[in-house]
Design a protein around this ligand. Sequence first.
Ligand SMILES: [Zn+2]
Length: 485
Amino acid sequence: MNRTVALALTALTTTAYAIAPGPALLSVNQAKKVAKSVISADQCRNILTFIASDALLGRDTPSPGLDAAAEFLAYNLRKWGAKPGGDNGSFFQKVTLYRSQLDTNSAVIVGGTTTLRYGSQFVVSRGQGDLNGPAVFIDNEVGTTDVKGKIVFMAESVSLAEDRVAVDKGAVAVIRDQGATGADWTNFARSFNRPVGGFGLTAPNATAQAPRILMESTAFASIKSSPMVRLLVERKTETATTQNVVAIVEGSDPKLKSEYVALGAHLDHIGVRSTGDGDRIFNGADDDGSGTTAILAIAEAALTAKERAKRSLLFVWHFGEEKGLWGSSYFTNNPTVPITSIVAQLNIDMCGRSRMAGDTNPRNATLTDPNSIYVIGTTMMSTRLGELVHKTNADFLKVNYDPRYDDPKDPNRFYYRSDHYNYAQKGIPICFWFDGVHEDYHGVGDEVSKIDFNKIEKTAQTVFVTAVAVANEPVRPPVDKPLRP
Ligand SMILES: [Zn+2]
């Protein structure tokens, strides 16, 4: 190499280094100091008092309350200098939800003259379509009757299972005598009247299901022998938007920073109840306001430290956990970083309640005491991750890690019941922190006033240091055991 060029290259390299020096390494010992100085019960109280406030109306998915909680997380993450990990340089991974809405002008038309109306004469239990075709009446069982391409009238006496038999044999719709008239029918129709379904993650398939209609008995009798029937059941699809909140704290190792230790909680809860006296808001202070708070406190600690762990930290607050682990399902199927770059997922779902001395309520019998918490997942998938989780705790706050549910065969199935399981299914080893079921679990009494903030503090401090220990591992924790032993 020519000497002049070599000198110029040296100068360039030196200059580049001077402009952008990487952050120094955050050791596990430094992480302990940061944890103790940044993460506190007071800080957690401040966060949770907003997250679980009545103003957010129980953070249902989707809802403006859940959106407000997401904006609150983003506001803080932006202020502390986190790197957005969502869509288009934002902290949000936006997701469309769908629900089906029945057109209440739906009708059953016979011979162009008799028109039966939704609600007063029939209700729709499933399906949709504009069908005009031959009809056949069944009064015992489908048997050998040719129902292919036909609209099938089912007498009340016919077993409900025959509805499925008819559709399997090619029937395009089933109209069933509900066996009710007058006030009985009115009461049934009112209780059944669900023109609007619940939201879901997938768009309803308009043609997937043959319509099934439940009909008032007099109306049914008047048309059951008609040879031709037109069925007009229309639905429209309504959409709503919700989001995961995603943030990154970049690692300091030039190579390992492209790998991530994921930390998660669920931001949503179950909203408000429509009936009942008094308090109707499910605040979800423990479930999972406490985990949401702990993960946000960990983000503040990670961003306050001047140093950085080797690997990056990936923070994900999930929507729709209460609906069926929706947000984690969506994130793991549509990850904003390569899914194979996530080396572990640490999930906190409930870490804010403690069984106090003298509490004899049987509904709190399995709630952990102030210095205990259940850890789940340390005996599964990765021996090394399990070792790190236990060793970090033993060398730090020595929380009593109760292993009772740390077993895939546990009859409560807690291993399968929160967001971490969607990560585990993608081959990512997990650990799950959980305080136990209690008297206010999924009740309106899950409120801030009952929270043990020292427990959130201890859990957040411990999980932060654990995340740094995993992030600093020379080799990512190997998966050496199957997902389901
Ligand atoms: Zn939960």
